[in-house]
Design a protein around this ligand. Sequence first.
Ligand code: PEP
Ligand code: MN
Length: 349
Amino acid sequence: MIIIMERNAARGQIQKVIDLLKDNGFDIRLNQGEIHTVIDAIGDKTTLTPGRIAAFDGVKEVKIIREPFRLASRDRKAEDTVISFPNGVKIGGGSKPVVIAGPCSVEDDYEGLLKVAYAAKECGCEFLRGGAFKPRTSPYDFDGYGLKALKYLKKAAEETGLLTVSEVMDVSDIELMDEYIDVFQIGARNVQNFKLLHAVGKSSKPVILKRGLASTVREFLLAAEHIMYNGNPNVILCERGIRSFDSAFTRNVMDIASVPVIKKYSHLPIIVDPSHGTGQRYLIEPMAKAGLIVGADGIMIEVHHDPENALSDGKQSLPIEMFKDVMSRINNLNEHLHYEKACLSSNIE
Ligand code: PEP
Ligand code: MN
């Protein structure tokens, strides 16, 4: 890291920082400019954190050179992580992009859910999603059917040959959910619920980690690091839009650039969720396509058999026929992208 001292830092203050660094095994190089003293320090940031150094009087700024996430970092592991499921489905590493489709919440209508599941399967999707435990802004809103929803989800997925994804909100639900789901989802609102991240880190099931409403990409990757540090390397990141100043036409601002940024700095797979990313039915197709074009490893789309009467997120849910139409064009795009990739790699060879 690089420590920039204040322009009027006293000699004693500079010396105190140097001593601290040396005591903690850092190699240092001192650059005494006319105005600022800058200290180059190389060592283990786990023994002495940048935050501790910043607390010393006379320190203006501490800049880190290496990213603070380690296990999630591309520096640490150059090749893409590929997450494989027993039925042969793969996420990441240039595998065919996966599609996770289903209602926001699993409702008390098994037949409705089954219609969605059959449509998803027919369109080539790999996963059926649906919330059983719903994080709701208002305590008066519908918050999920819990165990009953998990049972419906698993039954519909088994009947149609799909894998299941559902959000876990509480550490105490992990054991129960484990029997019904193939992938845990950590929602945007829980991206920094560290106890929950640690608990899914101890699970052997893959985890879809959604970007928080106000997470920077670095914070997002550090949240993934919490899961990986606890033993679970199978993290799938999900860009689902962030809060910004303009919510007039879209629910969130879907940060498309985060996909290639994350690909540059991390080996983890990343998918996009244009349903929560935009909150608007008509934007799902263009933003799903945009995500795939910039390299997303999959997409998550909310689909409902009767969006007008959905218990949550009806406005952004695609009705089944529209979903099929959108999927036919997305499947075409994927074939095209695959063809381009194949041409590109044969040109390189
Ligand atoms: C969801 O996927 O239904 C959901 C609540 O998403 P997010 O956590 O991204 O808001
Ligand atoms: Mn939703």
